[in-house]
Design a protein around this ligand. Structure first.
Ligand SMILES: O=C([O-])[C@@H](O)[C@@H](O)[C@H](O)[C@@H](O)C(=O)[O-]
Ligand SMILES: [Mg+2]
Length: 439
């Protein structure tokens, strides 16, 4: 037998990390935690190897996470981007263990390390893909599908374009660009929003973010969507765990005939498990089972049917692939959660979605709500609600430097340094306060 003569060649080395916080226009969307600010924050991370190969990633913007990324620079610089497990172990040792509790009560995840590792991992995968001339999806097990379907993600909202316009409208827009500025505070407004979004993007599933108004109005909005779109378009509803168990049981029963799944109706795995025993509708979560540490109790209690993974919160794309195997083992489905984001995150989500062995549900995305884009060539296209895996090695998308500079100037000017929907809401309704369980 002939054994190939494998001589260990020196691998690539990361020589530089660039961390650029940006602020992107976001309209006044409502949720259980309050109101979106006129700018959503994102951080763009670039790693550059000694040979000049660069890899990029995008994570939710937050000054403390940016500082942690900066503190991790000594670990990252000098590392081989192929050695992801070693990088992760050294980051774990450097930062110490981050508990699942540090996620917090908000609809979004407040941990630091998961974001840091996600930013580094995705940028390294982009580098690896460019070096071996393969798309990221091939590093995750290869394509199971060419196009990844997403759902229309509706919000109750105040009128306004966001950004400098704030609650005002930017004139001269048509189609979705105009509709995204309209008020939606009742069932009719939600149906109009859904019609406009589905018309422009071709979505074939619909999710409504609830938790903003009292349950009757929000559930009536779901009935109005069902009447408008019929049973062919699957519907989901997500009040971000702000309902009491008895409220969730009452409205969950009422919505059984019209829902594909019900997302985080109640807070905590115990409450989810209690409700799940009484409802025929599958329960999904991105709030009660949000890390590998949560899996044992999720299985013991039977907390949910669907885990909505998010590579920014689960520590990267490979972690989500690992999670998919755990889900299959324990009879969970895996789908994807989203927050306000641009095209680098969307590209990563599409590579991951394309690689997932099973993908029974259209994924979440906030993408239509953000008019800005940081990648060359403008916004990624949706056809019949789906996005094709970007062509080219790595993520297949490149940063537009002029736009990056402009969005960084937005960040410097806007004054926001972390997401704080409660403070934004108090600017309009000073008496308002965030309650983890309200109705
Ligand atoms: O963007 C929002 O307002 C959402 O409420 C978001 O923060 C959630 O994390 C999310 O989309 C969810 O599904 O819970
Ligand atoms: Mg959710």
């Amino acid at each position: 037998m002939q054994i190939a003569n494998f001589s260990a060649k020196k691998g690539p080395v990361i020589k530089e990390i660039r961390i650029t916080p940006i602020a992107v226009v976001d309209p006044p969307l409502l949720n259980a935690a309050g109101l979106h600010a006129p700018y959503a924050l994102r951080t763009i991370v670039e790693l550059v190897t000694a040979d000049g190969v660069s890899g990029i990633s995008e994570i939710p913007g937050n000054e403390q996470i940016d500082q942690s990324l900066g503190n991790a620079a000594d670990i990252i610089v000098g590392s081989d981007p192929f050695h992801l497990s070693d990088i992760q172990r050294r980051l774990d040792r450097f930062f110490g263990k981050e508990s699942a509790m540090e996620r917090g009560d908000t609809p979004w995840d407040q941990r630091k390390l998961v974001h840091v590792f996600s930013a580094i991992e995705v940028a390294c995968l982009d580098i690896i893909g460019k070096i071996i001339n393969r798309p990221v999806v091939d590093l995750l097990g290869g394509k199971m599908r060419d196009r990844v379907p997403f759902a229309a993600y509706l919000f109750f909202k105040y009128e306004g374009a966001g950004g400098e316009q704030g609650f005002g409208k930017s004139p001269g827009e048509a189609g979705w660009a105009a509709a995204r500025q309209e008020e939606a505070v009742d069932p009719q407004g939600i149906v109009r929003q859904a019609q406009a979004m589905c018309k422009d993007f071709g979505f074939q599933s619909i999710k409504l973010k609830g938790g903003a108004f009292e349950p009757r109005l929000e559930v009536d909005s779901m009935h109005a969507l069902f009447r408008e779109f019929g049973p062919e378009i699957p519907l989901r509803f997500d009040p971000n765990a702000i309902w009491k168990p008895e409220t969730a049981l009452r409205y969950g029963k009422e919505m059984e005939p019209i829902l594909e799944y019900l997302e985080d109706p109640v807070r905590g795995q115990e409450n989810m498990a209690w409700l799940r025993k009484q409802l025929g509708t599958p329960l999904a979560t991105n709030m009660c089972t949000t890390s590998f540490d949560d899996i044992p109790s999720s299985i013991r209690l039977g907390a949910e049917d669907i885990i909505l993974s998010d590579h920014h919160f689960w520590g990267g794309l490979r972690a989500s692939i690992e999670l998919s195997r755990i889900c299959r083992t324990f009879g969970r489905d895996l789908s994807m959660h989203s927050n306000s984001h641009l095209g680098i995150s969307l590209a990563a989500m599409v590579h991951l979605g394309a690689a997932l062995p099973d993908m029974p549900y259209a994924l979440d995305t906030h993408y239509p709500w953000q008019p800005d884009e940081v990648i060359k060539g403008g916004k990624l296209k949706f056809e019949e609600g789906a996005v094709a895996v970007p062509a080219g090695p790595g993520l297949g998308v490149e940063i537009d430097r002029d736009v990056l500079d402009r969005l960084h100037q937005n960040y410097l000017r806007c004054g926001f340094r972390k997401r704080d929907d409660e403070t934004e809401m108090k600017k309009i309704h000073p008496e308002w306060s965030f309650q983890p369980v309200r109705w």
